[in-house]
Design a protein around this ligand. Structure first.
Ligand code: GLV
Ligand code: MN
Ligand code: MN
Length: 417
């Protein structure tokens, strides 16, 4: 390992990194030690301002693009060289934890500070990015900021997405951008020379294997749909069943049909209906409308394709009484990370004497979209019992610091290529 990379890695400050997690966790804190910081909410704005205040203390430069991705840059010797990037997201699930996403942003920021304190000069700039709306819990789909930044989807395509209260993304975004008026404007698709994202594992493999560092090989594929069922509202006590167009009954039939499709004795296929909006949502009115989400995942692209293609015909066949509309909202094929970046992460873990193993990611990450435009990899650290998207999400200060050390060394290595 380069001397300067080792030096900077060892300056990662475990206590400072932990304190920053604690400070961020106060923004949107919910009972049970959790965090609810929805994308483009006032809590998201507060988190952005806190990150910017830390960046200002270090004189790092900041920029933002038209979807609100926030970039913090530590200059390199060659100002014209494309940056090496790191980061993750600051939004959370509605009942989220203190580490999903924010760890990648804070580990990246800690890496920049450690480089500063070690007096390291890299050839390329190194940047931390906080991607907008990774979770998709408020505005679907997930990984929206990286998707739009990398050109996989046009900004105009997502501006009219609404949350459960009917707020349009364009309005929440305008408010968020207005709150950070001093950030320079950044273009979509601005070049990146590489990207490494640090994240808690969100699964139990590292903990069970007693490894501190996960060298991530790739991410499984994912399909999202919104399914809408259009029925007719009627009186629950007086309307014979034969005359009803009951949207909830058809929604249940569709969900059962997709569950059958996704049935997998090996328990590799993932199927979730996590969001359901019922109208008028009253015990004694027949439902006139149901909107629910479908999330299907598998590591094999052929299976992702087969499952995805089956959803709409199955939904139509399963609905007995109502009209059905199926809208695909996300199609991510499985991704395999870059061999050189993965090797740089592995070498950093080895040379810092940290127990490590290769594993693939069941969760989605912005790294999936960055992998389409530049050499990309990820670093995982253990989280307690693999619990995530839950208030009880937990990780140890030492493991978080270890991940940040590996990140720091790997960033310096790549930023000098
Ligand atoms: C991101 O949180 C995902 O859904 O995997
Ligand atoms: Mn995440
Ligand atoms: Mn998440």
């Amino acid at each position: 390992m380069r001397e300067d990379a080792r030096d900077a890695a060892l300056r990662v400050n475990e206590e400072r990194l932990w304190q920053r997690h604690a400070e961020m966790a106060q923004i949107g804190a919910i009972p049970g030690n959790g965090v609810n910081r929805a994308a483009l909410s006032k809590e998201d704005i507060a988190a952005r301002k806190l990150l910017l205040s830390w960046a200002a203390q270090r004189k790092f430069t900041v920029s933002t693009d038209a979807i609100g991705n926030l970039f913090v840059r530590r200059a390199g010797a060659d100002a014209n060289a494309a940056p090496i990037m790191t980061g993750s997201h600051m939004d959370t699930q509605p009942r989220g934890g203190r580490f999903d996403g924010i760890y990648g942003v804070l580990a990246g920021f800690e890496a920049l500070e450690a480089m500063d304190e070690a007096g390291v000069t890299t050839r390329r700039p190194v940047e931390v990015v906080a991607w907008t709306n990774e979770e998709g819990g408020r505005f679907a789909p997930c990984t929206m900021g990286s998707m739009v930044f990398t050109g996989a989807r046009a900004l105009a395509d997502v501006l009219d997405v609404t949350d459960n209260e009917g707020v349009r993304l364009r309005d929440a975004l305008a408010e968020t951008l207005a709150a950070t008026p001093h950030a320079a404007q950044r273009e979509f698709k601005s070049p990146a020379a590489g990207y490494i994202e640090a994240h808690i594992e969100q699964g139990p493999l590292l903990e069970n294997a007693r490894k501190t560092i996960g060298v991530v090989s790739g991410i499984q594929g994912l399909r999202w749909f919104n399914i809408e069922v259009f029925g007719k509202t009627d009186h629950a006590g007086t309307t014979p069943l034969a005359l009803r167009k009951d949207a909830v009954r058809d929604a249940i039939a569709i969900i059962n049909a997709i569950a059958e499709l996704a049935h997998d004795p090996a328990d590799v296929t993932r199927f979730t209906v996590g969001r359901m909006l019922v109208t008028p949502n009253s015990p004694n009115s027949v439902a006139s409308h149901v909107l629910f989400s479908v999330d299907l995942r598998h590591p094999d692209p052929k299976i992702v394709a087969r499952l995805g293609a089956a959803v709409e015909p199955l939904a139509r066949a399963a609905a007995k009484f109502c009209e059905v509309k199926v809208t695909p909202t996300l199609h991510d094929d499985p991704c395999v990370f870059d061999a050189d970046v993965t090797a740089a992460v592995e070498a950093a873990a080895r040379e810092l004497d940290l127990p490590h193993m290769r594993l693939s990611s069941g969760a989605s990450h912005d790294a999936m979209y960055m992998a389409r435009v530049c050499p990309t990899g990820m670093i995982f650290v253990p989280c307690e019992k693999g619990i995530s998207h839950n208030e009880a999400e937990n990780a140890s200060p030492a493991d978080l610091a270890a991940g940040a050390r590996v990140l720091t060394a790997a960033l310096i290595e790549l930023a000098n290529r």
